[in-house]
Design a protein around this ligand. Sequence first.
Ligand SMILES: Nc1ncnc2c1ncn2[C@@H]1O[C@H](COP(=O)(O)OP(=O)(O)OP(=O)(O)O)[C@@H](O)[C@H]1O
Ligand SMILES: [Mg+2]
Length: 337
Amino acid sequence: MSKKINNLIRHRSTRLTLYNHKGGVGKTTLLVNIASALASLGYRVLLVDADPQCNLTSYLVDTDVVDEWLDNSDSENGSTIWSAIKPFMESYGDLNFVKPFERQEGVYLLPGDIRLSEFEQELNQIWVDCLQRKVRGFKGASAISEIVNVIAKKENIDFVFYDVGPNIGPLNRVILLDCDFFIIPAACDLFSVRALKTLGKSLYDWILEWQVIAQLAPDNSLLLPGRPKYLGYILQRFRMYGGAIASQFAGYAGKVEKSTYSDITEVLRRIDKDLAKGTLSQTKLGQVKDFASLVPFSQTQGLSFFDVEGGDVSMKKDAKKEFQLIANKIISLTSNT
Ligand SMILES: Nc1ncnc2c1ncn2[C@@H]1O[C@H](COP(=O)(O)OP(=O)(O)OP(=O)(O)O)[C@@H](O)[C@H]1O
Ligand SMILES: [Mg+2]
């Protein structure tokens, strides 16, 4: 492997994303809850809204404030991810520092922006520039990584979580290539089973293509690490109720589990065994229940299921337990892997 790989100087924080190009599997909701669980255990978390839909930002922050951020994101002291990238987009200039929003103790947010889709369009050319060994290509491909790096260092962050949109596009490609680990959230249905194949294949292609690009890169280029390791999957059972559907759920849960092994673990191991070390049982990070009655509280207050005021007390207890279990697995697996 090229010596050039990893020459982007990174802060010690661990970077992760919950990735599944299938939409609506609960990525954003999981992130909010896992971040709060990690914060409750004393960790400092940066959430990066890297989805142009900005759902995470709307989830955590009042609409008026979000609108103001979006209206002003082009200005000198803008607050969103677009504000940070803008100088690169305008003239390949140096990135702006953006102070993250402190949502609660230990949970910070780099707000999203609809205009991130403009950067995503540019990323197609940036990828071509990388293949042609042009320095600006590497600068563009690592732009989000660098922004995150500066914030993680300033705020002394332990875990960075990227919230990404449901697609296999160039923005998600650079984000995955920046991550140390990725987690797959999956619903228990036919579409989730089928999506895993495409997911594994895309990751396989991205990692291999980046290896080629990194080998060819001119010296001193900023390089993404390009080695996202598969940490595990989380089953989302929130759309399942009672009898017949519950047994169908169990059937699909088994299929999803098997497919994570054949379509993700085995595929990544063809590149490098270290990219997917866990056994099937080790990669099961959790199974999240239907917390539908807590959703309105959570979304209006911008807090995790278990931090909200009001709502069913025993359900909140359950939620805290489930998400702290997942958080503890993430802590131990990322420190050992
Ligand atoms: N554990 C849960 N219990 C009940 N409802 C949930 C749960 N998790 C997520 N939901 C609901 O499912 C819907 C989709 O969730 P969410 O937006 O988090 O998915 P997503 O994967 O981020 O979607 P997208 O692909 O559009 O980014 C939301 O309405 C959310 O409130
Ligand atoms: Mg989302």
